[in-house]
Design a protein. Sequence first.
Length: 270
Amino acid sequence: MMKKMFMIYLAVHMLLGIVPVREAAAAAIEFTDAINRQLSETAGRAGGAGGTKLLKQYDTFKAERKETMDWDDKIAALHYANEAKASEVRRRISDLDKDKIRQLEEQLSAAKRKYQPLFDSYTALNKQVAAAKKLKDKTLSKMLQTQANSMKLLVNIGRQDIKRKQAALTAAKKERTGKAAKVRSVLSGIDPYKSKIKSDKSAISTPNKLLNTEWKNFKAAVKSQDPSRTSDTLGRMLTLSGQILAKKQSIFQHEQRIETIIRQANAHIK
């Protein structure tokens, strides 16, 4: 299931141009049998150390292209995993202490329902006391006041109970808000690394374009069996390939740092 989701995710993002799993530019570089044969002939023509150097340059370049594609795969896999984990952490933020707060809310509501009849009776009794005083009926007024005084203790107990439950609920909500703020603060540490990844991807664009141009020059040089020109183009391609690899490694390191931040944020929820 996860593999299927992974493939759908990558397909969508490739269409949107968000996560180039394998650089489109890489498709232009193909190590065909024809090129391999032409290189062997060019190396043979160069002879000795020159021929050996050509073959070594070419093999190194091929290895670096494979390494580049391997980095693309690792970056895409880690990026997908990070996005999924970060999304899960954000979902869990909304669920922070949900059961605890719901229980406290239920306890508060239950207490209000429990004591409301008592409060209503107390209010009604005090109105009767006031009415008796207006009628100047001292006997009735005294009797009602005595009842009200006796009920007042129970009313105060009820009010204190509700007050405690309200305070517990308020404290729990405040604590949840603090926890959520802490987790979001930790997650915000991802943003600088996303900016760095964007910058690294942008920096790869130029050497990729130059590499395609040099590959065309290389194919022309090897086709004409020009050892010197072939070696020069291979040298420039290796330089560009090295720059691309360095950026790929940098992107992966940024994704690793993002992975660590997500793990730290998740730890605050447990």
